[in-house]
Design a protein around this ligand. Structure first.
Ligand code: PMP
Ligand code: GLN
Length: 387
């Protein structure tokens, strides 16, 4: 293994899901739903397979039906903010958001370029920045004392930008903290990006999982359309994480750049699922609001349960994760806590320290996923209350 990758080891998600299987624990670690997405979308995939749509190499940028559906989705949900993309030149289908992140970084970074990213960050960010030869510059989101949420310090963000900064890698709604960046924060990020002439890759895979406030795409802010690569994923919105269908929307120039990298990573993305996701994106508003309302109730169930079990809870405004502080339980080391939890309580969680460069900042925090059936969450809460 080369030096760029050596520090990353095995992803925590694979490790923790294996631990859950081995110990028969409830898996609130890796973020995947325990109920599959809509039946009619599954049927659409079966139909595509049977009818021979996408069984041979689909077009590089993605099948036209899906590119049109992505563009229509962006317009339907964000058109009032001025968002519009041309399906032929401004949409690229990827193998999940993960490939979109990798291809974007590989396409846009020169070796030695700095990437400013919000810490704690999703684990593939650090690895992909490293594979692209870039240097990550973390800006730490900190738990705010008053309101039980995480906050971005805009002064720290400003100070993190240097002459070597090429881009900001943003994530809102934010995994693992559940923070949803608000209009004032995004306005300032956009202003900084324009002032310092930076590109922004914005990972918005949890765009439909917002419980308080609203999701605002960074690309809709003044001056941002031409410098923003926006990333989405069917895994989160339609509960098909195994299909690995994601997409990028950006200017033709940026989409072209990302495509240059994508063509040598996967060449194209799997065909039949693209047709099914095109149908999923056109589901009525009630699907999207239903998903959100269901997850909001589950958030409340798990957040309240964890609080009753003695955790300090950072109630997330978005995503399907809740971050907790384990210090009220007399614990300080999230890694040790998560390793022992299957034996102690039959529950698996993720130590947030894996999402940090500043390990000390992340040590006492632990993340639980709530994209699970209500009865499973109740059982997990019962077990944790008996800790
Ligand atoms: N970005 C974030 C913030 C995520 O939490 C995830 C994962 N689940 C991904 C990207 C990867 O998405 P996908 O499964 O579509 O590759
Ligand atoms: N994004 C999911 C999470 O944060 C997991 C994705 C993965 O396993 N790579 O849990």
């Amino acid at each position: 293994l080369n030096r760029r990758l050596a520090e990353f080891g095995t992803t925590i998600f694979a490790e923790m899901s294996a631990l859950a299987l081995r110990t028969g624990s409830i898996n609130l670690g890796q973020g995947f739903p325990d109920t599959d997405g809509p039946e009619e979308v599954r049927e659409a995939a079966v139909r595509a397979l049977r009818d021979g749509r996408g069984n041979q190499y689909p077009p590089g940028p993605g099948v036209p039906e899906l590119r049109a559906a992505v563009a229509a989705h962006q317009h339907r949900f964000y058109g009032h903010l001025g968002v519009a993309y041309d399906p032929d030149t401004e949409v690229l289908v990827t193998a999940g958001a993960t490939e979109a992140i990798a291809a974007s970084l590989l396409a846009l970074l020169e070796p030695g370029d700095e990437v400013v990213a919000l810490e704690p960050y999703y684990d593939s960010y650090a690895a992909c920045i490293a594979m692209a030869g870039g240097t990550r510059v973390p800006v730490t989101l900190r738990p705010s004392a008053e309101d039980g949420t995480y906050a971005l310090d805009l002064d720290e963000l400003r100070d993190a930008i240097t002459d070597r900064t090429r881009l900001i890698l943003l994530n809102t709604p934010h995994n693992p903290t559940g923070t949803v960046l608000d209009r004032a924060e995004l306005t300032e990020i956009a202003r900084l990006a324009c002032e310092r002439d930076l590109l922004v890759i914005t990972d918005e895979v949890y765009e439909h999982l917002v419980f308080e406030g609203e999701h605002l795409p960074l690309a809709s802010f003044p001056g941002m359309r031409e410098r923003t690569v926006t990333i989405g994923s069917a895994g989160k919105t339609f509960s098909f994480t195994g299909w690995k269908v994601g997409w990028v929307t950006a200017s033709p120039e940026l989409v072209g750049a990302v495509r240059s990298a994508k063509q040598f990573l996967t060449y194209v993305s799997a065909g039949p699922f693209q047709y099914a996701v095109a149908e999923a994106l056109a589901l009525p508003d009630s699907y999207y609001t239903g998903l959100r309302d269901d997850l909001r109730a589950k958030r409340d169930l798990l957040a309240d349960g964890l609080a009753a079990a003695g955790f300090r809870v950072f109630r997330p405004s978005g995503t399907y994760f809740v971050t907790t502080d384990i210090r009220p339980l007399g614990e300080t080391d999230g890694f040790a806590f998560c390793r022992a939890l299957p034996e102690r309580a039959g529950v698996v969680a993720i130590p947030n320290a894996v999402f940090y460069d500043h390990q000390d900042q992340g040590a006492p925090y632990v993340r639980f996923a709530f994209c699970k059936q209500e009865k499973i969450l109740r059982e997990a809460v019962d077990r944790l209350r008996a800790l």
